[in-house]
Design a protein around this ligand. Sequence first.
Ligand SMILES: [Zn+2]
Length: 487
Amino acid sequence: MELHPRPLAMVRKTFEQAPRAADQNGPTRLRPRLIRAFALRPWLMVLGLVAIVAGAGQGVCAQTSVQVGTDPAKFVLKGMIVNAGGALSGEMVIEGDTIACVAATCTEPPGATLITVLNAYIFPGFIDAHNHVAYNFLPKWNPPKAYLRRAQWQASPSYKTFKKPYDDNKKQLFCEMVKYGELKALLSGVTTIQGTSPGSACIDVLIRNAENQNQLNLPASYIRTFILDISSFKETIDWNATKSFVVHIAEGAQGDLPSLKEFEILQQKNLLTASTAIIHGTAFGDAEFQKMGQAKAKLIWSPESNLRLYNQTTNIPLALKHGVPVSLGVDWNPSGSDTLFDELRVASQVNSEIFHNAIPSSDWIKMVTVNPANALALDTQIGDLKQGLKADITVLTANDPDPAQSLLKTHLQDVQMVWVKGILLYGNESILQTVKKDACEPLLVHGSKKRLCVSDPGAGVPKADETLAVITEKLRSAYPGLAPLVP
Ligand SMILES: [Zn+2]
């Protein structure tokens, strides 16, 4: 299959013209199921009434009810639990930062807060497999033309001008820049993100930065990332210590020789392994994907950024043909999508219009959960909702009876709760105000009242007491063009 720039350009145009918030909060089509649930379990009706009262201020029939317990470290979430491997109507127990049980029924620990989720799906917290988090305070960059490879646009005057605020502020405001990028990701249900340089203690709060191993008790070299030209990589990798090597390779047009040369160099340096996660591979053809498949290497795909910069994207059907697992990453907001949901929609549109639906629907959830967890060698800790894994959880309004299709219809206002390390960091105001009253900052997201928990003075790291208001004000003072938190 050839990927012609023209249809891909059409894909992008079509996507951009699509209304951003076509789906609103009222899932009217799913109402019959709500009624059935009440009919079968009368006690839900009582809780439901509490929820409706609690959510009345939003003008929406709230779906989720909360019964606050006495132990702040224990929670039970009841509802439709959706992993990449399938869905279960049941419950999940959170104890501290860990999932203690996922089953049709669990033994509920005494004192736990009970949260009953209706007309929503409980997903594993999403993993953005590739990003450049600190750049996401910058607005969109509109490339003046399509390029052949990464080095071209990076050397362009347009890009250098665009990037100047990053260079000017990274010394003073790096913590704020990263946290702002993390918060943008958190709003779209992302609980782990790849793409921050290791070593900054100030980012040990909010969501997990993969390379910084936030709260995962892994050595610093466990994940290594390389963002420069691979020919400049002079180090060696101790594969006993490093379990994921995340590297930009062949970010360029299909068949572009300098881009393909990077893949050769990667092999010459013995860096094409089962622990290698290749970002982009846009230039790859059958031969390269075959070698990736043989090596059991992983692919990270960022279609929107590819389309904007090169007017084409990675040949995912070829990757799948050779058994290469694919993860999704936003790349960064300036040329990528604003949210992981938008990135999924671009991927889905490319799939239907160019790939003849070679990507099965069941892959969408995998691409943002188990596949990136595997690519980052974090699958024993995150990416799945099961006993013993970390309690990183994203709850989204059900916009379709099929969870994968629902995910593709999700917009920022549909995010009901996001938990990181067993801590409810973001979600609907009615829920947050019940679970942790006045502990978090209000935020209006396309008409939906949310609360966002940013300040964490007890974290014991620099700048952890900063609120969203403080972070935003510092960044805006330094750079008035600051990208909106809620695009
Ligand atoms: Zn990148």
